[in-house]
Design a protein around this ligand. Structure first.
Ligand code: ATR
Length: 473
């Protein structure tokens, strides 16, 4: 069929979908485009039809018929029931060997279910995490495709051609079977939450503890972006803090309501961490901090709660700003170490064989958490694929050990001044717990044995033990 000439189809032409379609077209691929309602398709062709070879389709049948075999369709519709409906419709029009790719922010357990359903019909299903927002979708996202390895043979080159590239390497690689792509994308978003919370705490310390003007804080972030903290989020923090509100002449950040929203991927990450038993405390604190910020009625009523005696501000501003930098870096290492632990735990739970070094590689460009730092993570896993924690990689170990004095000073100063630093503080506690010789979990076991005869193990003998406590009757 001479009309079947599109290399890829994109259905769902809201901003992400149409930008990805344009990205394919701009790279010389013929792209079939489709949307439930015709208006978005027409708008795409009218506004951007000149950018490449688009084949607009009105119906699913027409859309599917315009694709080369094996057919590849990227679904970019709302996560949840809409995605299920579109997949079911496509599958009815496709043939064994064809590939359906879900590029939305689907929950990985949905992807596991869908992959099994689609595989049973002889089709391939690829759940692909796509990061980088609207801009990334258009100019080069980071792409995390899961699904069967053989479907990647037909799909990989196409996806790699539109992804971000760093040092000549595409920010796209096959992650593993079924839900693995969406799982790592979820944890990626969780890490993004932690990164943003840590940046927020650093900002708040400069603002509140040091009483620095917002414009000066913007300069500090700009400066930090030339060092170890160089990253997209630090870069745009400087931009956001530099923005002046046209109405009031104040820094824009001061007229924005201080209640952070969320679309759910951070919450999913934390739920999964609880299920897997992985202490992803940095991400959890970030999700909870957003929840607390949004509890406006409760905050309103709590404003008068006494602070007790507060300590004075640090006297050496330059020195304290540098300490905040170090605390931010060390806490960030902890957040990433925990995120990678969660990915490895998920990989083990679901038998995915995810390679952490690959993730560090494909997150170096295109995505929101892109950072120079990821090169160091990639090197760490290249040197030791069995690394028990990122904190034990020589580079990170040294960095954190060098930062730890400053980190303690920042957390204690914040505490003494009554400034909340949940992510800085819990990351430091995590670090101290990880390196501790003994933990009070021994007492927890004693208590559990006392009230519930749950037994305990001894340091000096094999087996399980129960004590006849004097409180026993
Ligand atoms: P945005 O918030 O940017 O609009 P979104 O809500 O994630 O993005 O996705 C919207 C896309 O999903 C649209 O292309 C929408 O199609 P319409 O333009 O016809 O509204 C598509 N979509 C949502 N529900 C759908 C469904 N049940 N079947 C097919 N497409 C659907």
């Amino acid at each position: 069929d001479s009309t079947a000439r599109a290399q890829i189809g994109v259905t769902g032409l809201a901003v992400m979908g149409s930008n990805i379609a344009r990205n394919f077209a701009r790279h010389g691929h013929t792209v079939a485009v489709h949307n439930r309602s015709r208006a978005k398709t027409d708008a795409l062709i009218a506004d951007h039809g000149h950018e490449g070879d688009f084949l607009p389709a009105e119906t699913t049948a027409e859309f599917v018929a315009s694709l080369e075999v094996p057919r590849r369709v990227l679904v970019m519709v709302q996560a949840g029931p809409a995605t299920d409906a579109v997949i079911a419709d496509l599958a009815d029009h496709m043939e064994p060997g064809d590939i359906i790719i879900d590029g939305g922010n689907s929950l990985y357990t949905d992807t596991i279910r869908r992959e099994a359903e689609i595989r049973a019909r002889g089709l391939h299903f690829v759940g692909a995490g796509i990061s980088g927002g609207e801009e990334g979708a258009l100019n080069g996202p980071s792409i995390m495709p899961g699904g069967p390895a053989e479907s990647y043979e037909h799909l990989g080159p196409l996806l790699e051609s539109i992804s971000a590239q760093v040092d000549g390497e595409p920010c796209c690689t096959h992650i593993g079977p079924d839900g693995s792509g969406h799982f790592v994308k979820m944890v990626h978003n969780g890490i993004e939450y932690a990164d943003m919370q840590l940046i927020g705490e650093a900002f708040d310390l400069m603002r509140t503890a040091l009483d620095m003007p917002v414009a000066e804080i913007a300069d500090v972030f700009r400066q930090w972006n030339t060092g170890d903290l160089e990253s997209y989020l630090v870069e745009i923090t400087a931009e956001v803090l530099s923005q002046v509100d046209a109405h009031t002449g104040k820094p824009l950040v001061d007229v924005i309501v201080d209640s952070a929203g969320q679309k759910g991927t951070g919450r999913w990450t934390v739920k999964s961490a609880l299920d897997l038993g992985v202490p992803t405390t940095g991400i959890a604190e970030a999700v909870f901090a957003r929840a607390l910020s949004s509890a406006t009625a409760q905050r309103e009523r709590s404003r008068g709660l006494g602070s007790g005696q507060l300590a004075a501000a640090p006297t050496d501003k330059v020195e304290f700003v540098d300490a905040i930098n170090q605390a931010l870096y060390a806490s960030k290492v902890v957040a990433y170490a925990q995120g990678f632990d969660q990915i490895l735990a998920g990989s083990q739970e679901y038998d995915w064989n995810v390679k952490p070094g690959d993730l560090a590689t494909i997150w170096r460009g295109g995505c929101i958490i892109r950072a120079t730092f990821l090169d160091r993570i990639r090197e760490a896993y290249a040197a030791d694929p069995q690394l028990p924690s990122l904190l034990l990689a020589p580079y990170f170990r040294e960095a954190v050990e060098n930062a730890v004095d400053a980190w303690r000073r920042v957390v204690s100063t914040a505490t003494l001044m009554g400034i909340p630093v949940p992510a800085f503080a819990s990351s430091l506690s995590y670090y101290d717990a990880l390196r501790a010789e003994r933990l009070p979990a021994a007492l927890t076991q004693g208590l559990r044995d006392y009230f519930g005869a749950h037994t305990y193990k001894r340091v000096d003998a094999e087996g399980s033990f129960h004590t006849l406590w004097s409180g026993d009757r």
